[in-house]
Write a protein that binds this ligand. Sequence first.
Ligand SMILES: [Zn+2]
Length: 220
Amino acid sequence: MPFPQRLIEGYRAFHDARLRREQDRYRELAESGQSPETMVIGCCDSRVSPEVIFDARPGELFVVRNVANIVPPYAPDERAHGVSAALEFGVAALKVKHIVVLGHAHCGGVKAYAEDAEPLSPGDFIGNWMRIMAPAMAKVGPRGALRHDQYLARLEQANVANSLENLLTFPRLRKLIERGEVAIHGAYFAVATGELLVRDAASGEFLPVAAEDHARLFAR
Ligand SMILES: [Zn+2]
């Protein structure tokens, strides 16, 4: 199979528009290196691209994506840890100031875990990975009177909170957070409406950041 035509067309569009505008910036970033202030930990989901949602220019966001935007707890056990390696690089080498865990609606990973789906692969990599969110599920408790979609949204948001808690298990990062040199944030993208909610650290609630603009857009 040849290289996907859609990607070649996409690259041509990038070349003629964005690259033309940002050529200097790319050159500068190549010479001086990247120095993004914000790291985003997001989901692999194709609808939730942090660079698109935050309208980011090249060099602005240091992004790590995995199934269900999960941060595993600190585990210095000499195994290979992708998220921990990215965190170490973001915090120690790039010295990012903000770490954003970006969750989203209709997350396939969270849904599979909530519905106790059959293993999707012989290795059940997804099932084993999603187990990291078990404390979030325990905190949310049983579904009760909630509609299934409401319950899943609660789980998705609790999963963001769980990732934030796991960030605190990294000793070096924890120190930086306590000293106020790094801030961690939770956010949630609603997909269908395109709404972005940000987690209020005090109440744990997810609140819309641009509610009025959003209402205006949808009124049109
Ligand atoms: Zn997802």
